[in-house]
Design a protein around this ligand. Structure first.
Ligand code: F6R
Length: 236
């Protein structure tokens, strides 16, 4: 595992974007695993800048996102599909039909999970998976539980996740209680993992995840078993 301590969120974001940019330059038809939340916003802003300056071409890239809230359609401004369209996809030249987010409105979520995993398999797996980390150690929306779950699956969000994500909603009651998330199989099979975290409040869970016992009660701890993980952390 490679651990990089950045001096600021801006530095973290530039470093993370450089790693993704390198991936796209080396393999223009890369499969990029992407995340939502506040952590990747700066990374995406840098990728957009690189694209605008003509340094990056996303025309052959395919993206697969980690997760989506259950019950929110893509045109709902709280959905992760909307987040990705607004904060990245509409601002670069990735073909929209090559961007993938699990469908949180699927009638049968189990079937949707299977479809999503088959899609990832048919693409040959993920080349680089970008991850944030929740205060409870979740990656994607794989919340602490007594087993690591492999397939893409529906989850009930932990109260700490609902509390943390309430900042994006008008009221905490509006935060969906359920989500569909890529499971540990696709994440662990990604050729590279890039985990970004910022803020003093993430320090403790990051240390537990990277240096503590490997346990599904700290979902990110599974990354200790991945052969190619880069972690970028900034305290500010
Ligand atoms: C988002 C995701 C989550 C977030 C995590 C951290 O797609 O899968 O695991 O990465 O909740 O969120 P932020 O970055 O908002 O602190």
């Amino acid at each position: 595992m490679k651990f990089i301590k950045a001096n600021s969120y801006d530095e973290l974001s530039r470093l993370a974007a450089d790693i993704i940019a390198e991936q796209v330059k080396n393999k223009p038809d890369s499969i990029l695993g992407l995340a939502t939340g506040s952590s990747p916003l700066g990374t995406y802003a840098n990728l957009i800048k690189d694209y605008e300056e003509g340094k990056l071409d996303f025309s052959s890239v395919t993206t697969v996102n980690l997760d989506e809230y259950v019950g929110l359609t893509g045109d709902n401004d709280q959905s992760y599909r909307y987040f990705m369209n607004t904060n990245l996809f509409s601002k670069i030249n990735v073909p929209m039909d090559k961007t993938n987010v699990p469908n949180g409105c699927a009638e049968d979520l189990e079937k949707e999970g299977k479809r999503y995993d088959e899609l990832i398999d048919s693409l040959g797996g993920i080349d680089i998976q970008l991850l944030g980390i929740g205060l409870d150690g979740h990656i994607g929306f794989n919340e602490p539980e007594d087993v690591f779950t492999g397939p893409t699956h529906a989850v009930t969000l932990d109260q700490s996740t609902i509390d943390a994500n309430a900042r994006f909603f008008e009221s905490i009651d509006d935060v969906p209680r359920k989500a569909i998330t890529m499971g540990m199989k696709a994440i662990m099979q990604a050729k590279k993992v890039l985990l970004i975290a910022n803020g003093a409040n993430k320090k403790e869970i990051l240390e537990k995840s990277l240096y503590g016992p490997i346990t599904p009660f700290v979902p990110a701890s599974i990354l200790q078993l991945h052969p190619d993980v880069t972690v970028i952390y900034s305290e500010n």
